[in-house]
Design a protein around this ligand. Structure first.
Ligand code: MCN
Ligand code: CUM
Length: 809
């Protein structure tokens, strides 16, 4: 073996041993999860712990005439019953929301949605608490309710929020009606209107991204334990953002922040459902402070689906203006946003409709205007959840459906229309008409790769044949080809435009190298299943040349982790991932000085080689990171402080802009409305890939949820405001049986401003997936003149489309 081959082999071996970035490292957390050894909130059992459960409103809108708790209090095992009257003297019957509104913790004079919290029963066990809720006698006087957001601002609409009815300025400016929350406008209205007035071709469609729910398998829960002697509160809970929860608890309870310990243990899925603050958290805290014992609150499935943060409910009137040749000239969107009874959207403060202004998508659209009206209705609150990247799901749905509608009007192939209007590689960084600077992209290449891989031309030919066969009555099956090309905006965010409660949306990493060269690192984010323990270690492994197996990642304890804004909006990699790389580089710089001292050379004479510093030109003279770590504690250079650790709080200079090209081939039986996904191909570009296997897992999960949303999942209300679909009997949660097979692919366009070039990916498959499914369904029926078919596309609704088109015998 010649010398060079030996060196290469040795380097390859050392690299492999690290299991660093790019490695399909197996998820370390799965060792405990697959053995049932995870530690979730409900696993917590504390001495003297008691249990709370809510009395909830059967009405969507009603006045509370009286609440009588005496029968419940008399039940053996019941310890206390809290109502708004108990919370009011503490100023806790309302709590602030992240959107600048207030939200009732326990309803005082009125209830505003079905299953709203009215009283909190605390008992010796969960069953007694639950039984006792039925003994709380609440007298209601039903009021007319608003379910349809289009009726919310009618002159004679019942006023929902009497608590703020005279407050005609909300957190985001003037309100037009007592049921109006905000109007948000962005873009050049005049220029856009002018383009539409003169355009050769225009389209306009009301596109509904219907109300649904993230429904993580583990529901929302908390355990509060107040130590009266120390005056300290420990709060365990299903929190995607533990530090933010600590700050909120401090602000509303008046307890000093350092006396509050917030711990988010293992979380069984979040999907945005666990960002906000809920009545259950507040009641468990108040219960524990009042009673001096730990209080546990655990939602059941119906409570989760019907009361905690919903997703979507965006009614998007979307318009495009174009030339006859298909060059898009302008976009105009009006959104009616149904926020339910309280504005509890978890957006960065300045963005009442999240990043909806990414709705120009992947296209070079010169002018655009977006207006969003948020309104109150008699439904549960929430609105920013479910792999949404702050309303990017809605934005991408609007543009990707609109592109299909335009293509049809132009009688143009929709892939070709996309290609014609993509932002070109040389246009990056690209300034969008609605205010974003896209950091990087290579759309044509990704789209072409996707089209070639699935055999797009052949599929269209097959579809044309099938359509003819259908017309001749030879088949009852319709073939749809769904396309979506999405651009995401993730990694909130730069301080100039992203804050929560005034706290800039940085994130953090603290890395400590122990004398033996093993590592503990802590971040301000919190995994809910994304595999952070595996992947952050891979970043550190590559940066510092320490095997990932020697690195422990810890998140979710506000006492030990540096302050961070948490995990949502696919921000962990763009923000805390960047902090991790930067903190590691600080350590590496110190390590280089130590190595120079050990090797008795000048720092500049050293070069980094996978897991060691070596002397340039003398590769046999080196010190490994492990050796350096030992030296850092035992014999640091003179005048250098011992130890090897660093912290970084990273404020990103820009967001990251992952993108992807998705294709769905679907066959629909017109007689039953049953849709079968024949093939689903997803090409994702999230820049530098830390763990390809985890990315694939994220894509599989996100696509499955996209399939669910598009094809059946829905939180629907009847005209009385009764929530339909608040159990898994009615709410479509796909199992392995219904779920299609996924094909994944990728291109790599690194983010130019991120230390390792990585972009987020957690929400991409959902953002791109939903319109792809809907486009497939719409494409299947398009040649029959079906017009726009709204989601969800369950068999019943598709059967009705066939009925409407007169396709059934
Ligand atoms: N990753 C990677 N290379 C990249 C980007 C990401 O290997 N270029 C890896 C990361 O290291 C991480 C995972 O992919 O392990 C997701 O990273 P990222 O895209 O940064 O997203 P977050 O970690 O911030 O996760 C949040 C995102 C959101 S907002 C929702 S909603 C969602 C999602 O993640 N909820 C989830 N995926 C989920 N997956 C599970 N299992 N459970 C949830 O609740
Ligand atoms: Cu919008 S759901 Mo995720 O950001 O937790």
């Amino acid at each position: 073996m010649n010398e060079q081959v030996k060196i290469d082999l040795d380097r390859a071996e050392r690299t492999e041993k690290l299991q660093g970035m790019g490695c399909k490292r197996k998820r370390v957390e799965d060792i405990r999860f697959t053995q049932g050894k995870g530690s979730y909130v409900d696993d917590l059992k504390l001495p003297g712990m008691v249990f709370g459960d809510f009395v909830r409103s059967p009405h969507a809108h009603a006045r509370i005439v009286s609440i009588d708790t005496s029968r419940a209090k008399a039940m053996p095992g019941v310890i206390a019953v809290l109502t708004a009257a108990d919370l009011k003297p503490l100023g806790l019957h309302y709590m602030p929301t992240l959107a600048g509104d207030v939200q009732a913790v326990l309803a005082e004079e009125k209830v505003l949605f079905q299953n709203q919290e009215v009283a909190f029963v605390i008992a010796e066990d969960r069953y007694i608490a639950s039984d006792a809720t039925e003994l709380v006698d609440v007298e209601y006087e039903a009021l007319p309710c608003i379910v349809d957001p289009f009726k919310s601002m009618l002159p004679d609409a019942p006023i929902l929020r009497e608590d703020i009815k005279d407050k005609m300025t909300g957190a985001h400016g003037p309100r037009k009606h007592p049921n109006h929350i905000f109007e948000w406008q962005i873009g050049d209205k005049q220029a856009t209107d002018d383009v539409f007035a003169n355009a050769e071709v225009t389209i306009k469609e009301m596109l509904l991204d219907h109300r649904t729910h993230p429904s993580p398998l583990e529901t929302c829960q908390s355990v509060a334990s107040f130590d009266k002697v120390k005056g300290e509160l420990t709060l365990w809970g299903t929190f995607q953002a533990p530090h933010v929860i600590r700050t909120v608890v401090s602000l509303i309870s008046g307890l000093p922040e350092h006396k509050i310990h917030v711990i988010a243990p293992d979380i069984g899925g979040g999907f945005g459902n666990k960002v906000g603050a809920y009545a259950g958290y507040v009641c468990s805290v108040v219960g524990s402070i009042v009673l001096g014992v730990p209080v546990k609150w655990v939602e059941d499935r119906m409570e989760n689906l019907s009361t905690t943060s919903f997703a979507r409910d965006y009614h998007m009137t979307t318009e495009l203006a174009a030339t006859k040749e298909g060059k898009i000239l302008g976009m105009r969107v009006h959104v009616l946003a149904d926020h339910g009874a309280f504005d509890a959207c978890a957006d960065p403060s300045k963005w009442p409709a999240g990043f909806m202004n990414i709705c120009t998508g992947s296209y070079d659209i010169p002018v655009a205007h977006l207006a969003v009206d948020g309104v109150y209705t008699n439904k549960a609150s929430g609105g920013v959840a479910y792999r949404c990247s702050f309303r990017v799901t809605e934005a991408v749905f609007a543009i990707e459906r609109a592109i299909e509608v335009l293509a049809q009007k132009l009688s143009m192939d929709s892939a070709e229309l996309r290609m014609k209007n993509f932002i070109k590689a040389e246009q990056f960084p690209y300034q969008s008409a609605l205010g974003w600077e896209y950091d990087s992209g290579n759309y044509h290449v990704a789209m072409q790769k996707a089209m070639d891989t699935i055999g797009y031309k052949q599929l269209r030919a097959e579809q044309a044949e099938k359509r003819e066969a259908f017309k001749r009555g030879e088949t009852r099956e319709l073939m749809g080809i769904g396309i979506s090309f999405f651009t995401e905006i993730v990694g909130a965010g730069p301080a100039k435009n992203c804050d929560i409660l005034g706290i800039a949306m940085f994130d953090s990493a603290e890395i400590r190298i122990h004398p033996t060269g093993s590592v503990i690192a802590r971040m301000g984010t919190k995994s809910q299943g994304q595999g952070h323990e595996t992947t952050y270690a891979q970043i550190i492994a590559t940066e510092l040349g320490i095997p990932a197996d020697d690195i422990m990642i810890e998140e979710g304890n506000t006492d030990t982790a540096p302050y961070g804004l948490g995990t949502y909006g696919s921000r962990s990699t763009p923000v805390a991932g960047a902090a991790t790389a930067v903190a590691a580089r600080k350590i590496k710089a110190k390590a280089q000085m130590i190595a120079a001292h050990m090797l008795e050379v000048h720092e500049g004479d050293l070069e980094w080689d996978i897991d060691r510093f070596r002397v340039k030109g003398l590769p046999e003279k080196f010190k490994t990171m492990k050796e350096i770590a030992w030296s850092a504690y035992n014999a640091p250079p003179p005048n250098m402080e011992p130890g090897l650790e660093a912290v970084n709080y990273y404020e990103p200079p820009n967001m990251t802009y992952p993108f992807g090209a998705y294709f769905c081939i679907m066959d629909i039986d017109v007689d039953t409305g049953v849709a079968k996904t024949r093939r689903f191909y997803a090409l994702d570009d999230c820049g530098t890939r830390i763990n390809p296997m985890i990315i694939e897992g994220q894509v599989h999960g996100g696509l499955t949820e996209a399939f669910a949303c598009a094809m059946g999942q829905e939180i629907r209300y009847d005209e009385m405001g009764n929530v339909m679909g608040a159990s898994f009997m009615d709410f479509f949660l796909p199992t392995a049986v219904e779920t299609p097979k996924w094909e994944t692919d990728f291109t790599v366009t690194p983010s130019p401003h991120h230390p390792i070039g990585a972009k987020g990916v957690g929400e991409s498959p959902h953002v791109g997936g939903v319109p792809c499914f809907s486009n497939a369904v719409n494409d299947a029926y398009a040649f029959l003149g079906a017009g726009n078919i709204q989601m969800p596309h369950d068999a019943w609704r598709l059967w009705k489309v066939g009925e409407r088109l007169g396709l059934h015998a």
